[in-house]
Design a protein around this ligand. Structure first.
Ligand SMILES: [Zn+2]
Length: 432
């Protein structure tokens, strides 16, 4: 069967996006290849109409923007934001545990992971490691992706827990420690993980100061369904959105104003960090862009009136085995196109004017969309849209592809939906 280009590009980005740091590196590679010029906050910028630029922030967030060829001071911003992080297990400092001949690692849970989906998977290790350097204020930072399965968390046999199919509560401290190997004759040797890291990095173990390392599912994505209607993959939340926003900012945009793509870390833990959508960073960035284009603060404030933010994150698809979990009239069906997410509580940014703009965009491009609202008596979801728009008060709308098994180590989407989402974000940046 012929596969859509957008879905195949998503599959490739998922392979590379094994931590937020690696997602940022993968986004940066594509931006640099396309000729986007790198900027740093500490520099003074000389931006030009028609120019395309990007800026990284603390390694796990990145921003790209394109200035219209006919940009005039006071023009609007069109912004789209997605998050780079995903629920996972993170390795604690001094993680080595030796128990009854086994080597294990002490881990903590990052975000709202469905813990049992991490069991019996081939897991690897990736993230960043900070190394001793000659300069106190500039330790060396290295990205690491071990790339092969080195860890696993085995289930307990059903014979040892006959009640297992009635549901098991997993303890986040004691039940999630992955196996890392066997001690053999080296029982009691305590630095096995540090030594392993040193070997992977080719540095003395004594040079490792600290790390932010996570476990990830090494399985590749695959199409599922008699007609390959679905894509089953790790990290669909939120690489789907990163890929759509990235391919849109790489495509030709409008001639006026500024198009901006923001990729924030820490959405899964509430966004209120320096790399998260709850920081003042986007506000600072927009102002710096405008000042560098010769506009003043007055024009910055004026431009906000006409600006827009698309917050792009996955939505809940309807699960046919649990129909009653859904709102009776606003459901997201896999393959049914983009989900426009609304909530009176503003856990999804809900602004009917901005939603009307997205609907008109979808209709002008012939793209399917569906409105999604949580059940009134159920638990809700939330995302970065409202948080970001409280920091930079512009009209905001929450959209994304509908997903099943959200926050599982392996999630499911409609294989066609990636094209709809990508086409929508492209039209958002392109249409004048
Ligand atoms: Zn998400």
């Amino acid at each position: 069967m012929e596969h859509l280009r957008e879905t195949e590009e998503l599959r490739q980005l998922i392979r590379e996006s094994v931590t937020p740091f690696h997602t940022v590196a993968a986004v940066e590679r594509r931006l640099a290849e396309a000729g986007f010029a790198q900027l740093a906050l500490r520099d003074s910028w000389k931006l030009e109409a028609g120019g395309r630029y990007y800026m990284k922030h603390h390694g796990s967030s990145i921003f790209a923007f394109a200035v219209g060829a006919h940009y005039r001071p006071g023009d609007s911003f069109r912004m789209a934001a997605a998050h780079t992080d995903f629920p996972a297990l993170r390795i604690k400092p001094s993680p080595e545990v030796s128990r009854e001949g086994y080597r294990q690692l002490n881990v903590e849970v990052y975000g709202g992971a469905i813990l049992n989906t991490w069991l019996d998977r081939p897991l690897s290790v990736a993230g960043r490691v900070v190394l001793r350097s000659g300069e106190v204020f500039r330790p060396e930072v290295r990205l690491l992706d071990v790339g092969r399965p080195v860890l696993t968390i085995p289930n307990l046999a059903i014979h040892l827990n006959k009640e297992v199919n009635k549901g098991v509560e997993l303890n986040r401290q004691t039940d999630m420690e992955p196996l890392a190997g066997l001690c053999g004759e080296n029982a009691g040797e305590e630095r096995f993980f540090l030594d392993f890291l040193a070997g992977e990095l080719g540095v003395p173990a004594g040079d490792i100061l600290d790390f932010e390392l996570g476990l990830y599912n090494t399985e590749d994505s695959c199409y599922v369904g008699l007609g390959e209607e679905f894509l089953s993959a790790p990290r669909l939340d939120n690489v789907t959105s990163v890929q759509a926003v990235l391919s849109a900012i790489l495509s030709p945009g409008r001639e006026e104003g500024v198009n901006l793509a923001a990729f924030f870390d820490h959405e899964e833990i509430g966004s209120r960090t320096k790399q998260g959508a709850g920081s003042n960073l986007m506000n600072m960035l927009v102002e710096k862009i405008l000042l560098s284009l010769g506009a003043g603060r007055e024009q910055f404030l004026r431009g906000m009136e006409d600006s827009l933010l698309l917050s792009v994150d996955v939505g809940h698809g309807l699960h046919p085995n649990y129909v009653k979990k859904n709102d009776p009239t606003n459901k997201g069906i896999l393959g049914g196109g983009i989900a426009v997410k609304e909530a009176a509580s503003q856990s999804y940014a809900t602004d009917s004017e901005a939603i009307g703009i997205v609907q008109q965009l979808c209709e002008s491009q012939g793209l399917p969309y569906q409105k999604f609202v949580n059940r009134s008596d159920g638990t809700s979801g939330s995302t970065l849209g409202s948080i970001a728009s409280a920091m930079l008060p512009v009209r905001t709308v929450d959209i994304g592809v509908p997903l099943l098994a959200m926050h599982s180590a392996r999630e499911l989407m409609g294989a066609q939906d990636q094209r709809s989402l990508t086409e929508l974000v492209k039209a958002y940046y392109r249409i004048g």
